[in-house]
Design a protein around this ligand. Structure first.
Ligand SMILES: Nc1ncnc2c1ncn2[C@@H]1O[C@H](COP(=O)(O)OP(=O)(O)O)[C@@H](O)[C@H]1O
Ligand SMILES: [Mg+2]
Length: 604
């Protein structure tokens, strides 16, 4: 006698349920999505016991035909597709026909539903004893009640968190669907307490306001861009409102919440020169494109998506965000527009840090607390052979290939070998260099500003250069107080100072990139002034702003003559230092003229 059993449907469904519903929040997600697919304009959600004990989803959508109700509990039963080829253009959130089968196999389910055209509604109850149906009076639409989720899977309970954590996960799922459908009114109640509701007026910002509150909503700016049939719309934080984690990066594709590394990379790449390490933009971004260019059938919970052309998605998001950031009101103020009384320090010699010197002190760079993250940090700078690198380092090989194939070829700027040659400088502002088959035109000030900024903020190690003689600075009381209270912290950035009587500090060391700058005193004063500005910002953000100012002030000035040695140092730094394309203000640093372009111009 053989030993293989064919499992009965109930057991098979229970096994399959593990994939679709692993916790109350994932069951809730499926049920709310069904209401959305049913064309509801209002969806009320109520849960108890974190959703494990009780979940009720009430919608005013199409309702079930009576005959369909028991069918809907069967596996692979769906009204949304008929054949495999329909998968190609699926517009609804559901299509797998699995959710109700899975959920009903691991809970006690009740569905009360009526179509508008039917006089009487139907109540279906399903549990371990089977299915019972009866007529009932009810409003048009559908109510699904789930009780005792996982009652017959005791092992599953071990993996569930406390009720409060499960309730939070259920709220998060509801929030995302509410944001992806601002035209639907949602309300979410847990343990009898109404947690949030949206009005369903179709306005995304008002939905964000309802879900996340004024604090986030006020720090957002609209983005809107379309390229090659792909549009990216939504709201993104301005640099001032960046956050300590990625938890509020929320992406939708054609109204479906997805996790997408491409979208994340595009968002963060656009912010690259605007934010220090450990800060992340937040944003609610809705991407729309022809559904034929997507594949949502790659993940049981449909949380992932494939695009036929990742590059287009990247570009749409990147430019949408970049356009917002480069609008004048979001650009950090230009140095010339700032008010200060002291004269600019004259740039003397941009020397690289010298580690081997006896009087050099090494400091670990300070890393701000990045908080909780649900996605791994993408390291955007692993490949040192490229300057204009693909930010998509965490994509799968296929995704990378799709991206590479569509990528213009001339983006690789530099390889390890020192293969460039400086041709000269024009207007004391632009350095011309030849590299392989390209001519690089480098904006001297912008490039130096960025190199300094990177050195001051971005390095694994900040080197503090001891000054031969301490420099005393007397500051307004407010500024000296802030500095005195944070001396240890600032030391981690290479600024070493000690109190020296009332309102006066003595500077012992500065970051070594600044050590040859003339007039360190005025640079330090500008640093202190910037640190005490912007009460709404965290201290880390203010330090970043202050370093930004320091980089700008210490950088070579356009129109000012420099020794060729300095230009050489700068070009070397720029071309070997990694991914530098924009100055900290977001303006480009390098213009590339290809040999082909030049030859074409001369009709060669
Ligand atoms: N709230 C609802 N209102 C109307 N019909 C529903 C609702 N929920 C489910 N249905 C019907 O039940 C079917 C099965 O649902 P489900 O198991 O979630 O599979 P899917 O959503 O993938 O089609 C759906 O295709 C739909 O016809
Ligand atoms: Mg469904």
């Amino acid at each position: 006698m053989g030993i293989i059993n064919i499992l009965d449907t109930q057991t098979a469904n229970m096994i399959a349920a593990g994939e679709v519903v692993d916790r109350p929040a994932s069951a809730l997600k499926e049920l709310i999505e069904n209401s959305v697919d049913a064309g509801a304009t209002s969806i009320c959600i109520e849960i108890k016991g974190g959703g494990r004990g009780f979940m009720r989803i009430t919608d005013n959508g199409s309702g079930f035909a009576r005959d369909d109700m028991p069918k809907a509990l069967l596996r692979h039963a769906t009204s949304k597709i008929k054949t495999g080829s329909d998968l190609d253009g699926v517009m609804t959130l559901g299509f797998r026909g699995e959710a109700l089968a899975a959920i009903s196999s691991v809970s006690r389910i009740e569905i009360i539903s009526r179509r508008k055209e039917d006089e009487l509604g139907t109540r279906l109850t399903g549990d371990e004893n089977g299915i019972v149906m009866e007529d009932t009076g009810c409003p048009s639409g559908t109510t699904v009640i789930i009780r005792d989720l996982f009652y017959n899977l005791p092992a599953r309970h071990k993996f569930l968190k406390r009720d409060s954590a499960e309730a939070a996960a259920a709220a998060a799922v509801t929030e995302r669907i509410a944001l992806s459908h601002p035209e639907i009114a949602f309300s979410f109640t847990s343990e009898g307490e109404k947690k949030f509701f949206t009005v369903g007026d179709g306005n995304l910002l008002s939905a964000i306001y309802s879900v996340y509150g004024r604090g986030l909503a006020n720090g957002l700016k609209e983005i809107n861009y379309e390229i090659d049939g792909v549009s990216a719309r939504g709201f993104v934080t301005t640099p001032d409102n960046a956050r300590g984690s990625r938890s509020l990066q929320i992406f939708f594709v054609n109204g479906r919440f997805v996790r997408s590394k491409t979208v994340m990379a595009a968002l963060e790449e656009a912010f690259r020169s605007y934010l220090p390490h450990g800060k992340y933009p937040a944003g609610i971004i809705n991407i729309t494109l022809n559904v034929k260019n997507t594949d949502v059938n790659v993940h049981p919970a449909k949380l992932e998506i494939k695009f036929t052309d990742e590059r287009k998605i990247f570009d749409a998001v990147y430019y949408a965000v970049k356009n917002m950031l480069t609008q004048p009101e979001h650009m950090p103020p230009k140095e010339s527009e700032k008010q200060h009384n002291h004269t600019n320090p004259v740039y003397i010699h941009p020397s690289p840090p010298k580690n081997s010197e006896g009087n050099v002190i090494g400091y670990e760079v300070f890393k701000p607390d990045t908080g909780e993250e649900d996605l791994p940090v993408i390291n955007l700078t692993t490949d040192s052979t490229m300057i204009l690198k693909s930010p998509l380092t965490e994509l799968t090989p296929e995704e990378k290939k799709a991206y590479k194939d569509s990528k213009p070829t001339e983006t690789v700027l530099f390889a390890e070998e020192k293969s460039y040659r400086i041709i000269g400088e024009a207007y004391n502002a632009y350095i011309f260099a030849e590299l392989d088959d390209k001519i690089l035109v480098i904006d001297k000030h912008a490039a130096h500003e960025r190199v300094l900024y990177e050195e001051l903020t971005d390095k694994k190690q900040v080197v503090a250069q001891q000054l031969l003689e301490g420099i005393t600075v007397t500051l307004p009381r407010e500024q000296s107080d802030i500095l005195s209270a944070n001396l240890e912290y600032l030391g981690q950035y290479g600024f070493v100072a000690e109190p020296f009587g009332a309102d006066t500090l003595i500077i012992r060391a500065v970051p070594s990139v600044l050590s040859n700058t003339e007039n360190i005193e005025s640079l330090f004063e500008a640093f202190a002034a910037k640190l005490s500005e912007g009460n709404a910002l965290s201290f880390t953000e203010r330090v970043d702003r202050a370093l930004f100012t320091v980089a700008c002030k210490a950088a070579m000035k356009a129109g000012q003559k420099n020794h060729s040695v300095h230009n050489e140092w700068l070009v070397e730094r720029l071309l070997t230092g990694g991914d530098i394309r924009y100055c900290p203000h977001g303006r480009p640093v390098i213009k590339i003229l290809s040999k082909r372009e030049i030859e074409r111009f001369f009709d060669r």
